[in-house]
Design a protein around this ligand. Structure first.
Ligand SMILES: NC(=O)c1ccc[n+]([C@@H]2O[C@H](COP(=O)([O-])OP(=O)(O)OC[C@H]3O[C@@H](n4cnc5c(N)ncnc54)[C@H](O)[C@@H]3O)[C@@H](O)[C@H]2O)c1
Length: 266
């Protein structure tokens, strides 16, 4: 899809990858960019920076009613949404002992928000025979996230949903992409401490280097132009996924080793 002249919505648009997607869509001539975020002031700031064709809309994507309200606002104000970036996401650390509140929150933000957005978008897109949804998952959705079971589980679910949609609705003209980066410098990865190399060394997400959000956004828009499903800003992830599929036991052994190497030494 060519982004020029399109109506674009970005969730999590106030910061990081979402903000970079808003800027990149504007640079490619989108007609409208709706910057949706739970951080109303941050969304306003991005919309202000982009000028008249951008609007901020405060949305908590953990609420189905708010996701519906976002789609309704964009469509009633600007017309059909052509391209929806379901990008907002959070990380909850820990294993199964993480609180039920934490599991529920991340399930809603990282998975159900995409279900709700798609449910609201699909009838119109199917009627028009066109529409594009980009789901931001993570390399953790193809592999795993050491240190966070909730993130691993929900990002795997996000990849599963994106694949299902891409198969089910392709012939009806719906296009879906799934973004699976490793480390990207954003608030989520403590961008403020980017010069603290310890943070990088202690993170598997940073194994193959952190990318700037702007670089990731350009890669995403290139994939959208090609209508390519899987977006891997870190190409190494494809190799890891092959290794995992080829020999799961060996892959698990390797991951255990990586985990052991990250344990703080006394
Ligand atoms: N940064 C990385 O290394 C990395 C790697 C892989 C995947 N991701 C994914 O990229 C996406 C964007 O994250 P980022 O790294 O840009 O982080 P970020 O923290 O800079 O941005 C996330 C944005 O989402 C918003 N948000 C959080 N909860 C929300 C909610 N309930 N409703 C609406 N907005 C909400 C935040 O306010 C923030 O503006 C996430 O889905 C994340 O899981 C990030």
């Amino acid at each position: 899809m060519d982004v020029a002249d399109r109506v674009v919505v970005v969730t999590g648009g106030a910061s990081g990858i979402g903000r970079a997607l808003c800027r990149a869509a504007a640079a490619q001539g989108a007609r409208v960019i709706v910057v949706a975020d739970i951080d109303a002031a941050g969304a306003e700031a991005v919309a202000h920076e982009l000028g008249e064709r951008a609007a901020a809309f405060r949305t908590d994507v953990a609420s189905g009613a708010e996701v519906n309200a976002l789609v309704e606002f964009a469509e009633s104000t600007y017309g059909a949404i052509d391209l929806f970036f379901a990008n907002a996401g959070i990380l909850v650390p820990g294993g199964v002992e993480a609180s039920d509140e934490g599991w529920e929150r991340i399930w809603h933000v990282n998975v159900m928000s995409h279900v709700w957005a798609t449910r609201a978008l699909l009838p119109g897109m199917l009627a028009r025979g066109e529409g594009y949804i980009v789901i931001t998952a993570s390399a953790a959705g193809l592999l795993t996230q050491l240190g966070s079971a909730p993130y691993s589980v929900t990002k795997h679910a996000a990849v599963g949903l994106a694949e299902w949609l891409a198969i089910t609705h392709y012939d009806a003209g719906i296009r879906v992409s799934c973004l699976c980066p490793q480390g990207v410098w954003t608030n989520m990865t403590g961008a403020g401490q980017r010069r603290d190399l310890r943070a990088v060394a202690q993170s598997t997400a940073g194994r193959d280097g952190f990318l700037e959000a702007e670089v990731v956004a350009d890669i995403v828009l290139a994939a959208v132009a090609e209508e390519r499903f899987l977006i891997l800003p870190h190409p190494e992830v494809a190799t890891y996924e092959h290794r995992r599929a080829d020999d799961r036991e060996r892959w698990l052994t390797g991951m255990r080793r990586v985990q052991a190497s990250l344990r703080p030494r006394a």
